[in-house]
Design a protein around this ligand. Structure first.
Ligand code: SF4
Length: 246
């Protein structure tokens, strides 16, 4: 995928502010919070997340390239959805719920237009409705821009939700408790968001994917470790190998 001009020059954004407010309390409770997309890297341009529901803005953020719009949009969403859902998942994981509404959220962009961190400016006792609105708005706009069906993008969001809670569970030292939030959260959001799934292999929990991120369609793309198209025996052997640290 060819990145094209830096996002900051394409869209003329200000720089991201430090994390303050309710998300700062959440960040303080999560070891290595920056690795979970919760802390804006210094110098990154900032974008009101509501822009992600605007097809014109999305068209500028999705990298240019020779692959199809469907591939480029899906790969972009695979990382963008992980970042966009990071605050709400982190808030739930530590019992300090944050708003998932686009209007309450700011995202930081890498030079290639990928969101790399998100900050929610508001707490919210029940963020489910906001999460449903956010995913629906961005998926709808992205499907329009890419000329593709929305359903595969909803599935990508499910895997981001599952991966996000798994990573937070590892950081907090309680994978079982934090990943147990995934299924009820997705059910509360409701269709067309598919149910997240996990699989335990050799004592280690992995996301059992429901989506295909299309990364192997990129010129430099490799086959995903947990690709649902792998033969079950091959996938199991690979996950065992990872679980055992080989
Ligand atoms: S390797 Fe599998 S999961 Fe990854 S993009 Fe290709 S088909 Fe999808």
């Amino acid at each position: 995928m060819t990145p094209g001009p830096p996002a900051s020059s394409r869209v003329g954004l200000s720089q991201t502010d430090p994390v303050v407010g309710p998300q700062a309390e959440v960040v303080a409770r999560i070891p290595g919070a920056a690795a979970h997309g919760l802390v804006a890297p210094p110098g990154c341009p900032a974008l009101p997340a509501a822009r992600l529901a605007d097809p014109a803005w999305l068209a500028r953020l999705i990298p240019q390239g020779t692959t199809s719009p469907r591939v480029r949009a899906t790969v972009w969403w695979y990382s963008a959805s992980a970042v966009l859902t990071a605050p709400v998942l982190a808030g739930l994981a530590v019992g300090r719920p944050l708003s998932a509404r686009l209007e309450d959220t700011t995202v930081s962009l890498a030079p290639d237009g990928r969101p790399v961190a998100a900050v929610s400016a508001a707490g919210h006792a029940d963020p489910v409705a906001g999460l449903r609105e956010t995913l629906g708005a961005v998926v709808g706009a992205l499907a329009q821009v890419a000329g593709m069906r929305a359903r595969p993008l909803w599935a990508v969001a499910t895997d981001s939700l599952a991966n996000g809670l798994l990573g937070l569970g590892r950081a907090l030292g309680d994978v079982a408790a934090v990943t147990a939030l995934a299924a009820p959260l997705a059910a509360a959001v409701g269709p067309p968001l598919p149910a997240p799934r996990y699989v335990d292999v050799a004592g280690t929990r992995f996301t059992r994917r429901v989506s295909c991120c299309l990364v192997d369609r990129l010129p430099s793309g490799a086959t995903c470790l947990s690709c649902p198209r792998r033969a079950p025996g091959e996938r199991q052997a690979l996950l065992e190998s990872v679980a055992r640290g080989h």
